[in-house]
Design a protein around this ligand. Structure first.
Ligand SMILES: Nc1ncnc2c1ncn2[C@@H]1O[C@H](COP(=O)(O)OP(=O)(O)O)[C@@H](O)[C@H]1O
Ligand SMILES: [Mg+2]
Length: 334
């Protein structure tokens, strides 16, 4: 197995030549890290004439090496780009696939430039521009309607990644003893979370929603449509990192996007704009949508995949209460 590394350029060049990703005589002049990732090992390779991105998935999560993850997950991303590149709008929003190495779980991609992702949105008071929200929404509605089918192709079932995500979204945040002390995130957060970890009514609905997430649906989803997968480039917004893609309910992708609009403190008008614009192209079930919004908010506040959110404990409590009403609209909040 070839292990991608920034430290040995000679070996890297030989590898890239063997893959046909470097043209004869082309040399690497610089190796750098293009931006902060979570799951995988990602490098930007620069030659005298161009640059491109290489990404390797390994049997664990790069940011949390004690958590194992499907080693071949980068192949799912490759399959996503291969499938969706036939649509001009989706192709325009995503990097071109240069090649996939299925033996070593490495993929080469077009470099979208020195762009930052939208993670800073959580802590700035800046709202997303309306045209940016429109771009994000149009990407999703086009993806969901253009790639829709009754029977899921095996190449995009992505069962192992879905199982991993299921555990982190629908199970782990609600476990009383999961080894993660939330007070290390923010003093007092563990006690706040205990209310939700003991809420049997909520947990029953979440379990049900988890089954919806695990069952096959008819739209191709990005699977992780949050600000970390959105790049702010000079050419507008670009979308990357579809390693959690699968054929499922459109409400999941849209729900994740809207949850992050709330988590980033965007105003209600932005949320309504998103819903109206999306719904013109693809009709959604609002009950399920709200439930997915709710669970994404909860898992980002009391699960392992924390965001760089600077909110007071009380603000987090308010968000959690709001999320609960989205999942259980017919009962009163605690
Ligand atoms: N095609 C690309 N063009 C430019 N930058 C990229 C590209 N792909 C990834 N990056 C940068 O590298 C970071 C990590 O890549 P990403 O695919 O999100 O990895 P991970 O799966 O580990 O989260 C991104 O946040 C982005 O800053
Ligand atoms: Mg990422």
């Amino acid at each position: 197995m070839f292990i991608l590394s920034a430290n040995d350029i000679a070996t890297l060049e030989t590898y890239l030549q063997n893959q046909g990703w470097l043209i004869n005589g082309e040399r690497i002049s610089q190796v750098s890290v293009p931006g902060e990732g979570n799951m995988n090992y990602v490098l930007r390779l620069t030659t005298p004439d161009r640059s491109f991105i290489v990404k390797q998935s390994r049997g664990y999560v790069e940011k949390y090496p004690h958590i194992s993850a499907p080693a071949d997950r980068v192949l799912m991303e490759g399959a996503f780009y291969q499938t969706t590149s036939v649509d001009p709008l989706i192709a325009d929003f995503t990097p071109d696939l240069i090649g996939i190495d299925t033996v070593n779980n490495i993929m080469a991609l077009e470099d979208l430039g020195r762009a930052s992702d939208f993670i800073p949105l959580y802590n700035s008071l800046k709202a997303l521009e309306i045209w940016q929200v429109a771009q994000l929404t149009d990407f999703l509605s086009t993806l969901h309607t253009r790639f829709s089918c009754e029977s899921t192709p095996d190449s995009l079932k992505n069962k192992a990644m879905r199982a991993l995500n299921h555990q982190h979204i629908f199970e782990y945040p609600f476990m009383k003893e999961n080894g993660f002390d939330l007070d290390t995130v923010q003093p007092g957060l563990q006690a706040v979370a205990t209310v939700y970890k003991s809420d049997d009514e909520l947990k029953a609905q979440v379990a049900h929603l988890g089954q919806t997430y695990l069952s096959d649906g008819k739209c191709l989803l990005h699977g992780d449509f949050y600000p970390g997968s959105w790049l702010d480039t000079t050419q507008g917004i670009k979308i990357i990192d579809p390693e959690f893609c699968f054929y499922g309910p459109a409400e999941f992708d849209l729900g994740v996007m809207i949850a992050h609009l709330y988590l980033a403190g965007q105003n209600k008008a932005i949320v309504d704009f998103t819903l109206d614009r999306y719904n013109l192209i693809n009709q959604i079930d609002y009950f399920t949508l709200n439930q997915f919004v709710g669970i994404e908010i909860i898992r980002r506040l009391i699960g392992l995949a924390q965001l760089p959110l600077q909110r007071t404990l009380q603000q987090k409590q308010e968000l959690l209460r709001f999320a609960r009403t989205l999942i259980l609209p017919h009962t009163s909040a605690d």
